[in-house]
Write a protein that binds this ligand. Structure first.
Ligand code: BGC
Length: 349
């Protein structure tokens, strides 16, 4: 096998546009596939001795199905990941009202956020092992000010590291806090529950939310809370006290803008381990309690806890909490973030 990028049709959107699926394949057999619809991650696999490896990323068979999805499967989220309370904020004495797509709040960039649009593949294309998608979010998009130009670059490095880099500029000050909303199941995307996976998050503190999952502004130690993942522990064990699973933001220890190890997930059943590295200050754990996908890849259906998402991001709802470092992208500044998903196989768990 040699290093390649292949491309194939990935289905038609409601507006008639055709989409494409790009697969980056490494010499060792590792691969990652991504689509221009939502700049979404569609598949991810380590090497597997010449036979196709196990795909650990949840997704759908086509962009047609992804367009129907309401779980943000594999999608690039923007402009702002998570919820903005009351679907609005004040900046420089002015109120900005955003789309209240989870009334009365704003979630994951609005009704048609960046993960619900077709992106453009960069031309001329980057050489292997990278692929870059770009998009323009117009002034006023979902209520946000300024025209924002974003790109997301996926790079597959050996042995199995998927590097996700986001770069953006804006013509006016705007909140900007994107993430990649990938769901994984280390035993295979259609393997069922992730409750036996063990998780460690390198975090001493988390942010609290109210009943609507809107951050209250409080930052508290995880010590004594059910979301204490400072040591490797089975997700299901921790979840016994949380009927609707985890939907929780953590502050990454020592975050200083450099690349840090944020989380490790491993499964003794398959001997796989995923390590998440990021330069962002926070990581959000979502254990997929509300997953309800009937048209997953290979005919799979994904229901509650079929996958976990570890979304690297800035502080949630930062525009509404003066004690949170705010993510305002200003004209002249370049937003840049890097997150790496590193897959190991045959670990002795
Ligand atoms: C959010 C959940 C939301 C889910 C949607 C997660 O990132 O934290 O609250 O239900 O995305 O799929």
């Amino acid at each position: 096998m040699s290093d390649t990028i292949s491309v194939k049709p990935f289905g038609r959107l409601r507006n008639g546009e055709e989409t494409l699926l790009y697969t980056l394949s490494g010499e060792n057999g590792a691969w990652a596939s991504v689509t221009d619809y939502g700049a979404s991650l569609v598949g991810f696999s380590g090497p597997s001795d010449g036979i196709p490896g196990t795909d650990i990323a949840l997704s759908c068979e086509s962009a047609t199905a992804l367009e129907r999805d309401t779980s943000y499967i594999g999608a690039m989220i923007g402009r702002v990941a998570g919820r903005i309370g009351g679907a609005g904020y004040e900046m420089d004495g002015k109120r900005f009202n955003l789309t209240a797509n989870t009334p009365p709040h704003h979630l994951h960039g609005g009704a048609t956020g960046l993960g619900k649009r077709k992106w453009t593949v960069l031309q001329p294309p980057l050489p292997y092992p990278s692929i870059c998608f770009t998009i323009i979010s117009e002034d006023g998009d979902e209520g946000y000010p300024g025209e924002v130009r974003s790109s997301i670059t996926y790079t597959l490095l050996p042995p199995t590291r998927l590097v996700v880099e986001i770069r953006s500029i804006s013509s006016a000050p705007t909140p900007y806090n994107p993430t990649l909303h990938a769901y994984f199941n280390l035993d295979g995307h259609a393997a069922g529950s992730i409750l036996h996976h063990e998780l460690q998050i390198f975090s001493e503190c988390c942010t609290l939310t109210d009943a609507d999952l809107i951050p209250t502004g409080e930052i508290v130690p995880v010590d004594g809370l059910s979301c204490d993942f400072r040591h490797l522990v089975q997700i299901g064990v921790k979840m016994s006290a949380i009927p609707t699973g985890f939907d929780q933001n953590f502050l990454i220890d020592g975050a200083d803008g450099s690349l840090r190890k944020a989380a490790i997930v491993q499964s003794a059943a398959s001997g796989r381990r995923l390590t998440v590295w990021t330069d962002r200050p926070c990581i959000h754990l979502y254990t997929g309690h509300f997953l309800a996908v009937t048209d997953g890849k290979d005919g799979a259906a994904y229901d509650a806890c079929a996958g976990f998402a570890l979304e690297t991001q800035g502080f949630p709802d930062a525009v509404n909490h003066s004690n949170f470092p705010v993510d305002i992208l200003r004209p002249g500044d370049v937003f840049f973030s890097r997150t790496i998903f590193e897959l190991d196989q045959d670990i002795q768990a």
